[in-house]
Design a protein around this ligand. Sequence first.
Ligand SMILES: *[C@@H]1O[C@H](CO)[C@@H](O)[C@H](O)[C@H]1NC(C)=O
Ligand SMILES: *[C@@H]1O[C@H](CO)[C@@H](O)[C@H](O)[C@H]1NC(C)=O
Length: 382
Amino acid sequence: MISPVSNRPRTSRVFVSLSAAIFLFICFVGRRHMHELPIEVIEQHVVKQSGGAYRIPKGALPSVNLVVAATSNEDYSWAKNDLKVPGMVVVPYIADNMSAPYHPQMNKGHEAMMYHQYFYDFYDNLPDISILVHSQSHSWHVDQLLDQSMIFSLNHLDLREVQQRQFLNLRVTWGFGCMAGAINTTRANEESGVLPEQKEMQEAFRANFNLYDIPEILATPCCSQIAVTKERILSVPKEQYKHHIDWLLNTPLEDAISGRTWEHMWQYLFLQKAIDCPLEHKAYCRLYHICFGGREQYDEFIELQQGAQKLDQELSKINEFEEHWEEYGKEKEDAEENGEKNEDVKGAIEVEKKANSKMKIKLQRELASIREAIRIRKEIAV
Ligand SMILES: *[C@@H]1O[C@H](CO)[C@@H](O)[C@H](O)[C@H]1NC(C)=O
Ligand SMILES: *[C@@H]1O[C@H](CO)[C@@H](O)[C@H](O)[C@H]1NC(C)=O
């Protein structure tokens, strides 16, 4: 008897066993390969950006505390009503109410005191991420591109990016705090109107970190609204938060100044970095998924915004001129009464008036088209 298998042509037998071998190979090696890939690589969330995509891991959502630094007459109800961050717990610290569930030892040092008190109080009970903000839902402290709205900011904030960077400033733009707004700690004896805390920074930094050699430049976007992971908070010993609290309690500096010195020290506390100023267009894209494509497109957007601002200023000058038109005409007529004929003066004023309203229409048209360009670019980016 001849078995059916040996009856088959030789090529077919070879083909079958080869296919089986390849199949087994793919199953075994392929699976092993899959198993070796960390879960973060398999489950990714892709963010668009020019020159490729940028990936952040998916997975279970991190737990979040939103710490709101407030005084008892401030309304922070937006934090409870308007935010869409899943599972976020609001922890209000009330500066001036010692009966409130969460409060500092003393109303001193503004938000810095309350943030340190939170790190101290919650040290053994921290969520994955703590976000620390002021009580206002809208203020200039929040970037224009984020509608100056903390509600918009937090609803768009990518918590994975917070986990990846470990500590970050919710403000993106460099205007205050980075570049020209950075602190030069060697300027301890110079008064500075725009940076009144600069001359105190050297002392403040030394006292808080017990260091003699301190960084010359401290730079991070302004305004002390930050997000930080549990790991970073725990990387600082609990007693150190107490030390910062004690410094704020005991410093003779005014509250506004001592509070502001901390605007320039959070990045050092959590990252041991003196300068932490991520590129604006990248930070917007990664943190809030507002992506213009690349640096050039972002710069173009900023230029359009500045152009609109300039036109706005010119228009308001023209409007003011029109509003005071009557007085201006009269003044001119009076001044020239004795010289030229009154009719000539009146004629000249009429010409000026016409030129003015022509210019106004031109500027209004330009402004409208720039605003439209801004609107479209923003709509694509956000
Ligand atoms: C202080 O906090 C307590 C406890 O939450 C509250 O009952 C009281 O009304 C607060 N006082 C003021 C002045 O807001
Ligand atoms: C900091 O200020 C000092 C004193 O004015 C100056 O000599 C130095 O160049 C400044 N440092 C930087 C990095 O700008």
